[in-house]
Design a protein around this ligand. Structure first.
Ligand SMILES: Cc1ncc(COP(=O)(O)O)c(C=O)c1O
Length: 370
């Protein structure tokens, strides 16, 4: 079978997206005012079972703003899982706070609630559970701990659009939550992010800070320092088109996962995304974890896949391993799991034949790995 290059993921752009973005351009509302901004915020907040949404430049900024709106700042400690995209920790650092790394649990790779309490100190002010690769964190336990110690909870749902816990959408469990709409996310605006919340104070604070903290009553009067973190109407138009197709987009990811499961399910040494009974998964990226493989074997596997025209990604490194973190936490599960995992292509238009080709290639390569 002749193969062209299979990328890790491609945004799903249809005529609807072209139509909405063209309309936004033609309207001349190309900056951060316009009908699509309001509609996108409304539609996406509703989709998350929340009251309010604040559209922003990207997910990292959304996380910074969400933390600030929760009153987190200089010197405060914020608990994060050690296994995540670096934006989770960088957002904490960028507002002058200190990330404290906690291990993940070995099925979902999300923060292990049983390890949180030992990381809490008198300086701890918040927890950021990350719904990694589309599987929700155990929010019921996280929220119970947060309540006991009077901590804020900011869900990092950047990767988990539409995932649920007991039938309720992620994003609606914490004091607030953030999403990313980067091009490889299930729902994209090119670059983009949003804070969603049921808390009017957090919502008002995010809107205020997003727009240079300008007084509502007095234009160009700024009672405190703010930012320009605004999303454009063009990006929001893309978001609105994607929202109008969100059921189709979500169903596509589930059916793609089923194709991988059919093709790789029988291999005992390969673990795909596992979803706990109380959750539904958004399958942002397909996971293949090769139990007890070494990091160099994992890297060789990825090189061999690339030679066959198949793109893949390694799991995120433990964030605490980055050289600018001097304190090294004890996170053995994170440090074992990260070496064993890769992410496989998740584009919307992958055929069963292509998935079978990817999976057959993996099986053949793994058999010969030294
Ligand atoms: C877990 C997590 N948090 C935050 C972000 C940041 O989002 P953005 O890339 O839109 O800044 C990402 C992006 O991929 C992410 O995966």
């Amino acid at each position: 079978m002749s193969q062209t290059f299979i990328p890790i993921s491609k945004p799903w752009i249809t005529e609807k997206e072209v139509e909405f973005v063209t309309d936004a351009v033609r309207s001349t509302w190309v900056s951060s005012l316009g009908k699509y901004i309001d509609k996108f915020e409304e539609d996406f907040a509703k989709f998350c079972d929340t009251k309010y949404g604040v559209a922003l430049m990207n997910g990292t900024i959304a996380l910074q703003l969400a933390l600030e709106a929760c009153g987190i700042g200089d010197g405060d400690e914020v608990i994060v899982p050690d296994l995540s995209f670096i934006a989770t920790a960088n957002a904490v650092l960028n507002i002058g706070a200190v990330p404290v790394f906690v291990d993940v649990e070995p099925i979902t790779y999300c923060i292990d609630p049983s390890k949180i309490e030992e990381a809490i100190t008198s300086k701890t002010k918040a927890i950021i559970p990350v719904h990694l690769y589309g599987h929700p964190s155990e929010m019921i336990s996280v929220n119970a701990i947060a309540k006991k110690y009077n901590l804020k909870v900011v869900e990092d749902a950047a990767e988990a659009h539409g995932a649920t816990i007991n039938g309720k959408k992620v994003g609606s469990f914490g004091d607030c939550a953030i999403f990313s709409f980067y091009g490889n996310k299930n729902l994209t605006t090119g670059e983009g992010g949003m804070v969603v919340t049921n808390n009017k104070e957090i919502y008002d604070r995010c809107r205020f800070l997003r727009d240079h903290a300008m007084s509502k009553e007095k234009r160009y009067w700024h009672p405190e320092k703010g930012y320009n973190y605004r999303m454009t109407n063009l990006q929001a138009a893309l978001g609105c088109a994607q929202m109008s197709r969100i059921s189709e987009i979500m169903a596509n990811r589930i059916s793609l996962f089923e194709k991988y499961k059919k093709a790789l399910g029988g291999c005992e040494s390969i673990v795909l995304n596992q979803t706990l009974p109380w959750a539904t998964n958004s399958y942002w990226l397909i996971i293949a974890r090769f139990k007890d493989i070494s990091e160099s074997q994992r890297d060789k596997l990825m090189v061999s896949l690339k030679e066959k025209g198949i793109d893949s990604r390694p799991f995120f490194y433990p964030m605490s391993d980055m050289p600018y973190f001097k304190q090294k936490p004890n996170t053995p599960v994170t440090h074992k799991v990260y070496k064993e995992g890769i992410n496989l292509p998740t584009s919307f238009d992958l055929t069963e034949e292509q998935v079978n080709f990817i999976c057959d290639s993996i099986k053949a390569i793994v058999k010969d790995l030294k």
